[in-house]
Each structure stands twice: as structure tokens, then as C-alpha cells.
Ligand binder design. Sequence first.
Ligand SMILES: C[C@@](CO)(OP(=O)(O)O)[C@H](O)COP(=O)(O)OP(=O)(O)OC[C@H]1O[C@@H](n2ccc(N)nc2=O)[C@H](O)[C@@H]1O
Ligand SMILES: Nc1ncnc2c1ncn2[C@@H]1O[C@H](COP(=O)(O)OP(=O)(O)O)[C@@H](O)[C@H]1O
Length: 313
Amino acid sequence: MSSRSATVRAYAKVNLSLKVLYKRPDGFHELRTVFQTIGLHDTIDFKFTPGKGAVVELDDALAIDNNLVTRAARLFFERRKVRGRLSMRLKKQVPMGGGLGGGSSDAAAVLLALPALTGKNTNLPDLMEMGAELGSDVPFFLVGGAALGLGRGEELYPLPEPKPQPMIVLAPPIHVSTPEAFKALGRPTLTSPAASPKLNTFQSFVWQAYLASDAENDFEVAVFQLHPELKRWRRKLERLGAHVARLSGSGAALFGVFPNQAKLQGALPQFHTEPLKVFSTTMLTRVQYRARLWRSLREHALEHTWPPQSRYA
Ligand SMILES: C[C@@](CO)(OP(=O)(O)O)[C@H](O)COP(=O)(O)OP(=O)(O)OC[C@H]1O[C@@H](n2ccc(N)nc2=O)[C@H](O)[C@@H]1O
Ligand SMILES: Nc1ncnc2c1ncn2[C@@H]1O[C@H](COP(=O)(O)OP(=O)(O)O)[C@@H](O)[C@H]1O
């Protein structure tokens, strides 16, 4: 049988706000977070050939251990009883372990592309369940845009989208392990559950996704204590015109939202002398996020279906 190919982008995220409430009996922390997809992305090439057996291969120049791309594909093959050979190639651009969710987005891109390529249509709740098994951030990337994440980040509500604003992302050569960062959180830096009932949080962010007066990142105190230069770079973003500058996720990447391109272009060269990877990007709305995936899968998927439905089903 002839093979089916596609090239899909896996976009990164920032947390416009991230509050950690408490550790739950299952070991995960209860969160109140605002996720936002951005233009920075990895790329995955897919080639699927229907046939006997089930083979999943990945060409990954970085040889990432226990790659989420392979894990996501194997999980999908197993759950949906896919028969055939899948060859993938991963091109990383999103810095790893920076709180930008690159690995989680790669996994979600696989879960979104495989139903269309294999002809095994799968509804969103089933994909969400597979995503949550792979990582707390994966379900968000199955929807994209701006979303409120509750629970361990997998209980998601769409938020009205802000006008896509330009953004600088700074990736320092510092790796912050997510579990270590959760462990480093001290009691005084946590958000009180009494102050953050789900509905109040929702209400606050529905009206002002990232400008809500209490938007913040609870990891900043602990992570800035370990790496004081991060605080200096966050201040520099603000000084150069970012109206919001924050740590993303558990770090160590920082982002600054700028009111316009001119301000951003003025600020950009000021970071080139620093020991940082500097990216100029923009927020990516849900509509843009979906349109780009449909475009990548246009040969194989029916337009305007989400998750993209296969032409081969
Ligand atoms: C902090 C956040 C914010 O968006 O992002 P990153 O900094 O990783 O991008 C996420 O909650 C990270 O999600 P993700 O990276 O998918 O985490 P997982 O693989 O599910 O979990 C890794 C480990 O982090 C801790 N963990 C994760 C999520 C959560 N709500 N509570 C936790 O305590 C647990 O120790 C878990 O074993
Ligand atoms: N495809 C992948 N891309 C990036 N990291 C991956 C991938 N597969 C597994 N990982 C592991 O997940 C860790 C966290 O990755 P990533 O999602 O990029 O960062 P973060 O959780 O900080 O947002 C990496 O340090 C790496 O060990």
C-alpha cells in the first residue's frame, strides 16, 4: 500500500500565570495556570505505510532518552490497534527543560496527526486521556491557544484570546528539572487554596487572561533564589518595554510580552550580548494553531474537524 507523509509543527507554550496550591495525595500539585501557545516550534516529519505488524521508528539527531514522540506513537498504536510502519523524524528547536513544554507539544502533535494518517479517528476525550498518561502538559497541546489549566493542568477551559502580541523568549543555559522545582517550592511561596477557588480563578482570567492583577508564577521565588541572573533578565525585559515579563513553567526560560513589534525590535539587540538563546515570536491563537495543523494534514484530514478527522476512515 502507498505511504502517507506529512510535516507537522509542534508549538511551544508559556504560562502567562502559574499558581501552585498544594501537593495532592497522588503526588502531583494542584495548579491554577493560564497556558498560551506561541510561534516557536519543533518539527516532526511523518511517513506511515499501512501494512502488517506495528513498527514505530524515530530519527532524532539529539538522541533524547525515552523520547515522548516515540512514547506517544506507541501508545496510540496500542490503544487504536494500528497496523503498519511509522517512520518519524524530529527536528528540535524549542529549548529542552526550559518550561516551554516542547516535549509535551511533540507528544500532542503525534496524537493529533496519527488519527488522520492511520485512518483511526479518535475523539478528543480519548486523546486527552492518552495525553494525560504521557504528561500533565500534553492535554493542553491537544487544544492550543489560550486556556485555563486546573487540577494537574489537564482540566482545561478555553479562554477568550488576547490579540496575538509579540514576545521575546530568553532561554538561558540553565536546566531546571520540573520535579525538583516542585520540591523546591516553600510553603510561603504557594498560593492559598482558599484564595483560589476554581470559579473565581476562571472569572478573573476570562476577563483579562494575562493582565489579571494577580497573575504571577509561584516558581519564581524558588528558581530566582537558585539562579539570581534570571531575576536580572526579567527586570531587563521590563525595563526595555515588556508589559508582562515572567518565568515560564518551572523555568528557566523567561518571556516578555511587548505592546508592539517596534518596541520588541528595539529590545532584541540588548540581549544578544548575554549568554542566552534569544527568540522573537508571537502568541498563537487557537484559530491559528488549528489552521496550521489542518494545512499540514490537508492531504489526509477533513478540514474544520477537531481533532482532525481522517479521509481514510
Ligand atoms: C510546571 C509545568 C507548568 O505548565 O510545566 P513545565 O515547567 O514542565 O513546562 C507543568 O505543570 C509540568 O508538566 P509536565 O512537564 O507535563 O509534568 P509531568 O511530566 O506530568 O510530571 C513531572 C513531575 O512534575 C511534578 N508535577 C507535575 C505536574 C503537577 N501538576 N504537579 C507536579 O508535582 C511531579 O513530580 C511529576 O512527577
Ligand atoms: N521530544 C522531546 N523533546 C524534549 N524533551 C523530551 C522529549 N522527549 C522526552 N523529553 C524529556 O523531557 C524533559 C522536559 O522536556 P520539555 O517538555 O522540553 O521541557 P519542560 O517540561 O521544561 O517544558 C527533557 O529534559 C527530556 O529529558
